[in-house]
Design a protein around this ligand. Sequence first.
Ligand SMILES: [Zn+2]
Length: 312
Amino acid sequence: MSNKPIPQPTPISSAYWRGLESGEVLIQSCRSCGHRFFYSRLHCPSCWSHDVEWSSARGPYRLHTFTISRVPTLPEFFDEMPQCLAVVEVEPGVRVNSALRDIPVDVLQVGDPLRPLFVRRGERTLLYFTRVQSSLPSVIDETSDPQAAPQHDSTTTDRVAIHFKDIDQLTALIDTGFTEWSNSVKVDQALVNAFAELSGDDYWIHTDPERARNESPFGGTIAHGALVQVLISRMRIPFRHEVVGFQSMVNYGSNKLRFPSPVPVGSEVHARARVAAVEALAKGTQVTLEMQTFVKGFDRPSVINEIVVLYM
Ligand SMILES: [Zn+2]
C-alpha cells in the first residue's frame, strides 16, 4: 500500500541513508579504539570518543534472529503479511534490524547467509534482506512501476479513513466496485522452479519447458495456481479506504478460491480488489475482500480469492 511511513534521516543518520541509495550498507567505526557499531551515534559506545567515521559493513551477512509477524505493526503493512522481521549480522558483532523478502519461512534458520536488497520507496531507499539464492534483483524500485506510481499518488490523497465499527460506511464500500490495478509482478521460470521445489509439486507442466511446448495444451509451462495466489503479497492494491481504530486484525482465510485461467510462464500479473461483504459480529467486524489476479492484458482472472479479515 502506498502510505507506509517512510523513515526520516536525522543529521546523525543521514550518511547511512545516503549509503543505501548507492547500494551500500554503512556502519560506523571508532578511530580511537577501532570498535565498529550500528545504529548511528555521535560517539563510540565503547570508549566514548567522538572521533567516529562511516564505512561499508564487511559482511558476511547472516541471519542472527527472526520472527514471523502475522498481525501488521501498522495497518499500512497489511499487504506485507506475514512479515518476516529479522536481526541481521552485517559483519561479526554488528547487527541491523530489518525485514526479509522472498524467503520460504519454513526452511529459514538462524545463521543462514543473506544478501541485502535496496528497495526504493518514494524518496528513500530501504534496506531489506533475502536469501543468497533468491532471484530478486538487489535493487528494487517500488516507485518506478508505470502502472503503480500514479495510483500511489491518488491513494495517498484520496484514501478515506473508516473506523472499524462504522458498519454503514464500510458497507457503502461494497458499491464502489474494484480498485485500480496494483503494480505488476513477473512470473518467470526461476520463480516457478523455486515454488516447485518448495511445494514438492514439480509436475512437468510447470517445470519442463521443452515437454510443455510439445505436449501441453497451453504451448509452454504454466505457473502453479497456488504460487500465483500468494504473489498477492508482492502486489500493492490501491485501496481508496483504510480501516482504522482496531486493536488487532486477524486473517481468517478464504471463503472461495478459484483458478479460472492459467498463467503462462513469462507473463506479468497484476491484481485488483473490492470489498465484497461486511458483517458486524459480537467479537468485531468481519470484512470479505474479493481479490482478483489477472495476467496483464487478459480479460479472465487467473485467481479469484475471497479473503476474510476480522477487525477487533
Ligand atoms: Zn571507541
